[in-house]
Design a binder for this molecule. Sequence first.
Ligand code: ATP
Ligand code: 3PG
Length: 507
Amino acid sequence: MASATAAAAALGRIASTPNLQAVSSSSTSSPVARLAIGSRSWSASPHRRLRSIASSPLLEVKSRFGLGAASNLFASENDLASAVAAQVGGANNGRGCRGVVSMAKRSVGDLKESDLKGKKVFVRADLNVPLDENQNITDDTRIRAAVPTIKYLISNGAKVILTSHLGRPKGVTPKYSLKPLVPRLTELLGVNVVKADDCIGAEVEKAVASLPNGGVLLLENVRFYKEEEKNDPEFAKKLASIADLYVNDAFGTAHRAHASTEGVTKYLKPAVAGFLLQKELDYLVGAVSNPKKPFAAIVGGSKVSSKIGVIESLLEKVDILLLGGGMIFTFYKAQGLKVGSSLVEDDKIELAKTLMQKAKEKGVSLLLPTDVVIADKFAADANSKVVPASDIPDGWMGLDIGADSIKTFSEALDTTKTVIWNGPMGVFEFDKFAAGTESIAKKLAELSGKGVITIIGGGDSVAAVEKVGVAEKMSHISTGGGASLELLEGKTLPGVLALDEAVPVTV
Ligand SMILES: Nc1ncnc2c1ncn2[C@@H]1O[C@H](COP(=O)(O)OP(=O)(O)OP(=O)(O)O)[C@@H](O)[C@H]1O
Ligand SMILES: O=C(O)[C@H](O)COP(=O)(O)O
């Protein structure tokens, strides 16, 4: 939770940055960052230069990182810079200022009181938080992360119509109602959040009509309508009909082309990015595309198959790749080692070989754990012991990386300036097999304190970092699971592409 507070504070500062879209007209020989930006977002550009690169999915932008208090982003040409770069000098979160890059999307920070006062703003957030069996929120990170944008809007006199999904309901499902979120939202925002029982229709229209300036209306789970996930244009039109403009701050859902993330942008203008969305892009696209080197990635989790895209994409960028989690056994088997009853994807053995070969060709130092903690069953109370990776007996399964591997990984990480982590090193849900994951979390916290940029890519690694209590030390903790993976794979996110382009400002 402390991490979310820090993030919120940082975002709050971004919110108060007077000119988020200011760009430098200087040129520099700094390294080149590659921002994945789809052609669609460029097609309406007034700049001839931009139109000429519209067909390229990748746009090169020169940038530099971590250069102290006034880290800037410089583009190779002034007109290009005007459209794609953002200087976010106020984004110092107290752990050392980091240079950040924004996709060329218009920001909510561009909208001033004159644009917002009395306006009905449709805000899509990702409030998909975990609830226990008693409907208590067990992790409010995503709610906290949505606060800076909403606060900015209400402090500028807007009427906020807040929308989200929760879970994957099939039709109206009471346990997926957004109602349990109201008290926490009210507390965090400091205004009385009103809840509607639907997300479209007469009742919602009435609630919107009685919303005061600075008021917040939370709509019911937008996925109670199947039309949401189908991106049904009529449904999107209905959602849009109650508002004047659109803010997308739902980074966690930006990889979904749904009615409330993509469809509504066709009917609401301006359609701009919220502060959370921007910050996620700044780190996951900016810092990863143009890292301070040496740059290391730690990839874990259960399966190779779910991380192929990420590993392939990161192999193009990193100097060091550390692998852990259940996927390592497929790599061991590819090397001809015995893996006992460990998790293996036999159909990915050839792929593992290819990835190891590719790492070699690219000069990437790919490190696999040299020892593993094995168990006689997949259970919290299993018998366990540590063995060399080459010596896993039959009937035993590897559930964590061993102490030697932790040491080797830590030493490799000591040489880095940027680290991105996605996926746990072992079955950290069982205490007996949590040491690898927790040691990596602590190591990254220590490195953050020494100025290394540390980015945690969402999902279980975030849970591990929270569990160890070091979340607030990290440079960036993503609120997106699937969305952060897709970004790391170099994919473009439909929820981002659909937003208005940044308005060029030359300084
Ligand atoms: N050696 C192992 N054997 C089996 N399962 C493992 C092993 N190591 C880690 N896991 C499991 O992998 C799971 C996480 O894998 P996953 O691929 O979902 O990672 P993630 O990317 O962090 O999660 P998400 O997809 O939610 O972002 C954890 O539940 C963990 O218990
Ligand atoms: O939790 C998430 O990753 C997001 O809220 C998206 O949810 P989804 O995978 O159900 O679309």
